[in-house]
Write a protein that binds this ligand. Structure first.
Ligand code: FES
Length: 601
């Protein structure tokens, strides 16, 4: 009986007919897993993490190469681990010959740093029999000369101030926000650093920002460790519904992922997490709630109401984030059950609310959030588009990463010409490639307007499963065959239909025509690779003006950094959050008709 292996974070799937080692399986898909010893079990380089599935216990060779901590986190040697049934695996970056890329870049944005956390240096005269003022009152008097006499301090901070004052000859550097002193330091050359995080269901995009200059000094994209509870939000929420304890496990998983990424970034720039004075974290509402320890059960059931939408500022230490004692985590407002603070950050970084242009913002994912700005209104929707544009549920689908077919044209003889990310042998096809394929099929008549492949075409064949199929890449040495079949096209048209219905309903609600849209901004890796003409040809986008589509990369990450480094940006985000009107698609009149119209090819 066949079984399926899924390799994360690339999102590549392999259907297997017989037991095989995970190294063989990875090589069959074209994944370049490190295997210096050729699978003999001597190099110890072919690390792979078991996320789901049943496997034999580690062999003595694995016990020799892997530490007990690695084994307990289900890390194994791919050449020693045999797959016999459905499983999900995670490939750590260090196991790949060419490291995977998780998008952290966003369109650069100019803003003046104006951080929430500042530092002030105070020099005091020591107490004497003639001057018996208490230490804290002495500090408060000095702060008054800096117009900071209103600052409070917690008991632990007052104690540490007392000790530092005596250690550093009554000179002290106080780290503070507008309400309280967070920490006392002896040195004056301290550079305050902030941590911004965009928590996605699949990845964590993490940034260290120098808060004096507003510049990003390190960026790192890592897999969200919660993926071991399921790839999509609903399966993670389902795990909490099954057992409430899983909420705590999910919270611990994401926090340890952020701490690990933060430690790696700190090491790369020669600082310690103790230099982190402020944190800003954005994410979809489920990720936001799980991170903060808020109840998520209502997000799993209709009417999908969040526990709260307002901004929160918990202490980093109370949550478990490694940072300077006293540092806080700024969690900006969320908008609705399926429209989180990542959407707010995306719109902030894209300048929504700052001009009067008619603008459409789209962040394509398993849930696609769409915002339309027009006539001084901003209306947002969330549509369940499924993971097809991220390569999931597509037979040879994968995420936009090296080895993914990103662009396809069909030559006159009906054969495909494929462009692969990283100019290397293709291992799969990502969302933009699938979009191209469907657009080219439509243009060349290989599919009709209902998306049916033309069974009479000489380039369409029936595959071993009896599905009508089109060959993108022929099998060869070190190259697996890659096809697109009817089921793949159906999945893309469903995803496209959900997104297009969301756009059309927004246009309908705001009573504007597509040709009136001045700009479309598309976030995420898919937007960076997408061909806008093809998006219009298959109807993913309505007929809009030429050259008005702009890819903005990880705009949510950019927005998080802006809110981290600037109080003005936080204030603007709050205004934006109040301004955004959430529209529930499923109760919109004629929603099924909009959707039915949207899925046409
Ligand atoms: S390939 Fe060398 S130990 Fe697995």
């Amino acid at each position: 009986m066949s079984f399926t292996l899924e390799f994360e974070p690339l999102g590549i799937r392999l259907v297997c007919d017989q037991p095989l080692t995970l190294l063989e399986a990875a090589h069959q898909t074209g994944i370049q897993l490190r295997s210096e010893c050729g699978g003999k079990g001597t190099c110890g380089k072919c690390h792979i993490q078991l996320l789901e599935g049943t496997f034999d216990s580690p062999t003595p060779i694995e016990q020799k190469h892997l530490t007990p901590a690695q084994l307990s986190s289900r890390l194994r040697l791919a050449c020693r681990t045999i797959a016999r049934s459905d499983a999900k695996l995670n490939i750590p970056p260090e196991s790949l010959i060419q490291e995977q890329v998780l998008q952290t870049e966003g369109a650069a944005h100019e803003f003046a740093p104006d951080p929430a956390v500042q530092q002030v240096f105070v020099k005091l005269s020591p107490p004497s029999l003639a001057d018996l003022q208490a230490d804290w009152q002495r500090v408060q008097s000095a702060l008054q000369t800096h117009n900071l006499g209103n600052l409070k301090a917690s008991l632990p901070v007052i104690c540490s101030i007392r000790n530092e004052l005596r250690r550093s000859q009554w000179k002290i550097n106080l780290i503070h926000n507008d309400k309280e002193i967070l920490h006392a330091l002896p040195q004056t050359n301290f550079i305050p650093v902030g941590l911004a995080v965009d928590v996605g269901s699949t990845k964590l995009a993490c940034y260290l920002v120098d808060l004096t200059s507003g510049k990003t000094i390190a960026a790192l994209g890592v897999i969200n460790p919660q993926i071991s509870f399921g790839e999509d939000i609903m399966s993670r929420l389902g795990a909490v519904l099954e057992d409430e304890k899983n909420a705590h496990e999910l919270q611990n998983a994401v926090i340890s992922g952020i701490n690990c990424a933060c430690q790696d970034m700190c090491t790369s720039v020669n600082i310690t997490p103790n230099s982190i004075v402020d944190v800003c974290l954005v994410g979809n509402t489920a990720m936001h709630h799980l991170f903060l320890g808020l109840p998520v059960q209502p997000l799993a059931q209709s009417p999908f109401v969040p526990a709260l939408t307002s901004a929160l500022y918990p202490r980093a230490q109370a949550i478990g984030i490694q940072a300077m004692p006293g540092a806080r985590v700024y969690a900006p407002p969320v908008i609705a059950g399926f429209v989180g603070s990542d959407h707010l950050a995306f719109l902030l970084a894209s300048g929504f609310g700052t001009d009067s242009r008619t603008r459409l913002g789209i962040d394509i994912g398993t849930n696609t959030e769409i915002a339309l700005q027009s006539n001084n209104r901003i209306v947002s929707v969330s549509t369940a588009s499924g993971p097809a544009f991220e390569g999931a549920h597509i037979r040879f689908g994968m995420r936009a990463a090296p080895g993914a077919i990103e662009h396809i044209t069909i030559a006159k003889d009906g054969r495909a010409v494929c462009q692969v990310i990283g100019n290397q042998p293709a291992v799969g096809i990502c969302g933009s490639g699938i979009l191209d394929a469907v657009a080219e099929f439509r243009l060349t008549g290989l599919i009709n307007e209902r998306g049916r492949l033309d069974k009479n075409s000489p380039v369409i064949f029936k595959d071993s499963d009896g599905q009508l199929s089109y060959q993108l890449i022929q099998a060869g040495e070190n190259q697996r065959e890659i096809n697109i079949d009817q089921k793949d096209i159906d999945q893309i048209l469903l995803a496209k239909g959900a997104i297009r219905a969301g756009i059309d309903i927004l246009l309908d609600d705001l009573k504007i025509k597509a040709e009136e849209i001045d700009e479309v901004v598309i976030a995420g890796a898919f937007g960076s690779y997408m061909n806008p003409d093809h998006a219009m040809r298959i109807g993913l986008l309505p007929p809009i003006k030429k050259d008005c589509v702009h890819a903005v990369g990880n705009a949510a990450g950019m927005g998080a950094r802006m809110m981290l480094a600037s109080m003005e940006m936080r204030a603007r985000a709050l205004e934006l959050a109040h301004k955004i009107e959430y529209l529930e698609l499923t109760v919109y009149p004629d929603f099924p008709l909009f959707f039915a119209k949207g899925i046409r090819a």
